[in-house]
Design a protein around this ligand. Structure first.
Ligand SMILES: *Cc1c(COP(=O)(O)O)cnc(C)c1O
Length: 436
């Protein structure tokens, strides 16, 4: 597999280099030079494959010669060791549950795969790998649990003070070992800006071997394509052939992976980009003007992104044809009040609890289907996190219905380990240079 930078189509790097660099020096993002279509035979027979088998076939198609197939197979079996079931709620309304991994969010797919890819490529005697990661809530936990105890790696997580939930904060601040948490007095965008600046800082790059675990890393994106194929496989088993996906979106990695799956031949009719009040992309799809804005805080805090990093990748996939993009992707945006209403509606109707991000995807699917009734098309909304990660948004009645997994209950007795810093780059840099 070879990749180029979206800012320089002539450039060419290996998968290994793209994973370790995370972002090209020219500040573009890495994209595969060739995205081959999977065979029709594979797509039409997806229902005969398990999730790890699908993951292997899709990864092999994308990664090509980046690693021997036996190693890739072992890596995938280790990384993708939990389920992603499609649950039917109603006629043509299904939920794809992506929260059955260790941190209870879909980001476990990306984080577990990436940590194992990095550890695979790290050679004996090489300099310690310093992973920097900005989180709006869920990335931190997934990356912490993905890298915890992985030899020769150290993870530094930056999270916005007071803007993540209690369970999220516990997941990213109670690990110790090779995981450090920085509580930044600012927004997620500030955290992301600090990480981006660190990568272009000569002194830090001289001293440390820096890499990123954010969804800008191509190794996060690749495994997120797997569950789109696997969801389609499950629907094929139910006799469904036409599918639309509604994706709760913040940094646009998840929907970006869906579009990559589409590019590889998965026959998806439509993607719904569902956002909270941070509506940069839905605005673009409506007006044709891409206008990043500062992020605003909402109940669905993992989507509080005003300038989605992965948009560059999506635009790049469609570079010759923005009209095609607009035909395939529609945008919907909801405020907090609408989010709460959706949570309550889903609970009252299906006795099913959705987290606030998932609620937005459900509402967008419902509104889309209302305008585009189609009896033979299944709607799937992605459930990106377990509701217990967001306890503050639910009524007492709903809270009582949430099954809190054992690993969350255990977190309560652990000690918070976090260093407070400002959003000033010199403060962050000072910490990195002085901390041992
Ligand atoms: C990260 C996250 C999102 C947004 O995903 P992107 O890939 O950044 O668009 C949505 N929901 C939850 C629960 C998340 O953790």
């Amino acid at each position: 597999m070879k990749l180029y930078s979206t800012n320089n189509i002539q450039s060419e790097v290996s998968f290994k280099d793209a994973v370790f660099n995370s972002m090209p020096q020219d500040k573009g993002l890495y994209m595969p030079i060739s995205i081959l279509r999977l065979s029709d035979d594979f797509i039409n027979n997806l229902d005969k494959y398990t999730l790890p088998e699908i993951a292997f076939e899709v990864a092999k198609n994308l990664l090509g010669d980046a690693m021997p197939v036996d190693d890739l197979k072992a890596l995938i079996d280790d990384a993708i060791n939990f389920d992603a079931p499609v649950v039917k709620l109603d006629d043509n309304v299904h939920v794809l549950e992506l929260f059955h991994g260790p941190s209870l969010a879909f980001k476990d797919f990306g984080a577990r795969f990436m940590s194992r890819v990095m550890s695979y490529f790290l050679e004996e005697g090489e300099k310690q790998l310093d992973v920097l990661v900005a989180t709006s809530g869920d990335t931190g936990g997934a990356v912490a649990l993905g890298f915890l105890g992985v030899p020769n790696t150290r993870v530094t997580i930056l999270y916005p003070k007071g803007k993540v939930s209690g369970v999220q904060e516990q997941q990213l601040t109670t690990n110790g070992q090779n995981i450090r948490a920085l509580e930044v007095d600012g927004t997620f965008d500030d955290c992301q800006a600090l990480v981006k600046q660190a990568f272009t800082d000569p002194e830090l790059n001289e001293k440390f071997r820096l890499t990123s675990a954010n969804s800008i890393n191509i190794a996060r994106l690749v495994p997120q394509t797997f569950y789109y194929f696997n969801a389609y496989a499950q629907l094929l088993r139910q006799g469904v052939k036409k599918v639309i996906f509604s994706v709760p979106s913040g940094n646009f990695g998840n929907i970006g992976a869906g579009l990559l799956a589409w590019k590889m031949g998965l026959p998806i009719e439509k993607f719904i980009a569902a956002t909270n009040a941070n509506d940069t992309v839905p605005e673009f799809l409506k007006t044709g003007i891409y206008q990043p804005k500062p992020s605003v805080a909402t109940l669905s805090n993992a989507m509080d992104v005003g300038n989605p990093s992965n948009w560059v990748r999506i635009a790049d996939l469609f570079k010759t044809d923005m009209e095609e993009l607009k035909k395939l992707v529609v945008g919907f945006t909801y405020n907090d009040e609408e989010t709460v209403k959706a949570i309550n509606w889903v609970f009252d109707t299906y006795s099913y609890v959705v987290c606030p991000h998932t609620a937005i995807a459900w509402q967008a699917l419902t509104d889309y289907q209302y305008d585009n009734a189609s009896a033979d098309t299944a709607g799937v909304f992605l459930s990106t996190a377990h509701p217990c990660k967001f306890p503050d948004v639910f009524s007492a009645e709903i809270t009582a219905k949430i099954d809190v997994p054992a690993q969350v209950k255990e977190l309560e007795s652990k000690t918070k380990l976090a260093i407070a810093i400002s959003k000033d780059f010199e403060d962050f840099k000072g910490y990195l240079l002085s901390a041992k």
